[in-house]
Design a protein around this ligand. Sequence first.
Ligand SMILES: NC(=O)c1ccc[n+]([C@@H]2O[C@H](COP(=O)([O-])OP(=O)(O)OC[C@H]3O[C@@H](n4cnc5c(N)ncnc54)[C@H](O)[C@@H]3O)[C@@H](O)[C@H]2O)c1
Ligand SMILES: [Zn+2]
Length: 386
Amino acid sequence: MSLGKPFDERLKALKMSKPQNQKILQEVQETLRSCRETQAKISSTQEQLKKTNGMNNGVMEGVKSIEKRWQEFQDAFDQLNKQMINNIAEALGKSDLTDDTEVNHRLISIKDCAKMISSAECRNIVVLTGAGISVESGIPTYRDDNGYWTKGSENYRPQEIATRAFFDKNPTEQWKRNFRIAQLFQKSKPNKGHRKLKDLEDFCIANKKNFQLVTQNIDALHLKVGHTKEVFCIHGDMRYARCPNVGYNCCDLGNVKVAFPKIPKVIDGGSEKDNLPKCKECGSILRPHVLWFDENYSESLYKLTSTLEAVRKADILIVIGTTYQTSLPRRILKICQNQKIPVVDVNPNLNSDVCITDLLQIEETGSKFLSELMTIVRRQTKKSHK
Ligand SMILES: NC(=O)c1ccc[n+]([C@@H]2O[C@H](COP(=O)([O-])OP(=O)(O)OC[C@H]3O[C@@H](n4cnc5c(N)ncnc54)[C@H](O)[C@@H]3O)[C@@H](O)[C@H]2O)c1
Ligand SMILES: [Zn+2]
């Protein structure tokens, strides 16, 4: 594809002296930006074609070929991204940007983890959760691939819909998905895993240890069990919406979260723009309070700095039910590698392809792990008090 040549030139350039790296990085960012624009254009053409002419045969052919091109573009784009990062890292002398560390994951028992937590030296415990912990509450993960996250928008992948670019272009379609997801969240209840995590926090408080829960989940199920300390929701919280104008235009309500709008009785009924929830201050169509794929983390909305601070102070990081696909969890692992903070990774499907830091793996579901962990730590504490 046409991106090949300039990209090759950049790769050569990256091997040049370090003072030039800043400029090269800027160029790389430019290229990535233009790739994203192309992605958005292809996606919009695809959408147009599907709408046109009641999907007659000619158009269907067009859609198929666009879809094929889209897939090719996605693959090439992913490849390009990976290669760029590796080469930048190489040019900078194996910097923080690389994920390719030699790792030595090993299985440990729940008892081993309990010992680590109970030890006097372990004063700061950080837990990071992902979609896996909510599976037993009936909320599928992205990778369950049962189509839930794309239902009602079968023409798009979550990575396309959950973007600011998509919201700006097609808020109606996006709100259908928001309502559908919120509907599932609203009727879901915390499971044993969520409850036992609250017990772990109580255990920490009783034993004068600091506990910090960080979650990638937007379902708010951790919040429904009433943690003592604030839970850092690094990807947002679907119980809220907010004005989309923060950082774009001025609106006094920009940064303020408002209650999630009432879910309409018929979500798929051709809801028009006029019926979408609006900001009371400036009239813009509201957005859900979640971090989209084309947006950045921040402290004010997503507790970025607080999370990083908590991890830097941690004596142990326990991760439950994530595949580390998003950038903050990967950055967290990188900090653990740099500071030699042990990472216990709990997952019924082992994360064997993570190459950022060594993982102490527990091949178990979140609820079973946490139940057993709590039984063991309580037993240990009783014994030591005798
Ligand atoms: N519940 C939610 O709020 C929800 C659900 C899906 C996706 N998301 C969003 O999408 C992103 C998904 O990334 P992710 O890494 O969190 O999830 P993911 O979908 O990439 O991975 C989920 C992981 O959970 C594991 N898992 C399955 N059942 C489990 C169980 N019972 N106990 C423990 N682990 C189990 C799977 O093996 C998998 O590794 C997140 O950023 C999140 O914001 C949120
Ligand atoms: Zn507003």
